[in-house]
Design a protein around this ligand. Structure first.
Ligand SMILES: [Zn+2]
Length: 377
């Protein structure tokens, strides 16, 4: 099944419908109840499949169907043809994160072999790798159409270790529009680069304030909300007052950070401090910030249902936090207990010759069979 799923080229920019068709056929032939939520363009879909009784209290096994691109990476073999060598399976998505989904799919006959007292739901999302934008459809489907499940296990690669917290990631584009003029006549224009520079300095100040206020004992690395300015594009020539400047920037909040306040503070500074100066000689000037994507942080839960179950079934008694984002925070924000726990290592994700060890595959299979026993009990 890992070979089958890796064989679908589901790089985020492409359609995942061939994979979803295959998975849905497989699941429906085993008696699963399937629901799809489709992207606005209709080229991608989420799949939510349910096994067992239509009652509350089930578990959602969740993963994303898309993978990151392979272009420019020195692969030793075709990334979309699974290759086994030296106890490892190589291919794009083996670690991140088709193996988790494939192992669950392969076990559906085992899940159905005994009457389940609690439902097991399988969730396949699209566009996780471009900012967790597809999973919103699954979350709506779950909260609107399913008897409430108790918990979500997000099977991202954690080496089968419990991850109960991660930072979020908020991505933005800010487009500054001033007015071009001859550089000798700045009083006939509005310089978008100068305005953007003030915005950049403000973001850097916000970042420095959070670093200075870092809490002792916070488990994240680094232990505070970080900011990044990723791209800047502005101006036409040295002797023209720059009319346009575009920035992309992000911040990665620790759980508990007031993310609305960060956005509101930035917007207020742009509106009240920067825009008036920019528009002094450029009445049509504007500063427009667009949210590109939102990955919410996952906060460790006190006695959370998801973590408790995974601890109980896996025997793991430690948990930790990571810096990469997952769909877990979005499930948690929708009121579902969530934990990140899956086979393979994030160290292999997004790289050439991505792989998962057969040992991790076996460990995941054993875990999911214990989960089946729990659901059947
Ligand atoms: Zn992933």
């Amino acid at each position: 099944m890992i070979e089958r799923l890796v064989g679908f080229d589901t790089v985020s920019a492409k359609s995942n419908l061939a994979l979803i068709d295959f998975v849905q056929n497989h699941l429906e032939s085993q008696g699963a109840r399937c629901r799809r939520s489709v992207s606005a363009e209709g080229t991608k879909a989420n799949l939510l499949a349910s096994l067992g009784p239509e009652v509350p209290g089930g578990v959602v096994l969740s993963g994303h169907s898309d993978v990151v691109p392979v272009e420019g990476q020195p692969w030793d073999s075709d990334p979309f043809i699974l290759r086994e060598e030296g106890g490892c399976l190589y291919g794009r998505g083996t670690a991140d994160m088709k193996s988790f989904l494939a192992i669950a799919l392969g076990l559906v006959p085992e899940f159905s072999a005994r009457p389940l007292a609690r439902p097991i739901h399988l969730a396949f999302s699209y566009d996780e790798e471009v900012g967790c934008t597809g999973v919103h459809g699954i979350i709506s489907d779950i909260t609107e159409n399913l008897p409430p499940p108790d918990m979500v296990i997000v099977g991202e690669p954690t080496d089968m270790q419990i991850i109960n917290g991660h930072k979020g990631c908020f991505l933005f584009e800010t487009r500054v529009t001033g007015q071009a003029a001859h550089s000798s006549q700045p009083h006939h224009g509005g310089n978008a680069i100068i305005a953007a520079g003030r915005l950049i300095a403000f973001l850097a100040d916000m970042a420095a304030a959070r670093r200075a206020a870092a809490q002792e004992g916070n488990p994240f690395d680094p232990p505070y909300t970080t900011f990044n300015l990723g791209q800047i594009d502005g101006g036409k020539a040295i002797n023209i007052v720059a009319q346009d400047c575009c920035l992309t920037w992000e911040f990665r909040p620790i759980p508990g950070e007031d993310t609305d306040a960060i956005v509101a503070t930035f917007e207020a500074y742009a509106e009240n401090e920067v825009l008036p100066a920019l528009s002094e000689f450029a009445p049509g000037a504007s500063i427009v910030t667009k949210r590109l994507a939102t990955v919410l942080p996952l906060a460790p839960e006190e006695n959370g249902a998801a973590e408790s179950l995974v601890r109980h079934l896996s025997g793991a008694n430690a948990s930790s936090v990571v810096s990469f984002g997952t769909e877990g925070g979005l499930f948690q924000a929708a009121g579902l207990s969530a934990v990140v726990f899956g086979p393979g290592s994030i160290d292999q994700a997004h790289k050439a010759n991505e792989f998962i060890t057969l040992e991790q595959v076996a460990a995941c299979e054993a875990f999911l069979l214990k989960l089946r026993d729990w659901a059947a009990a």
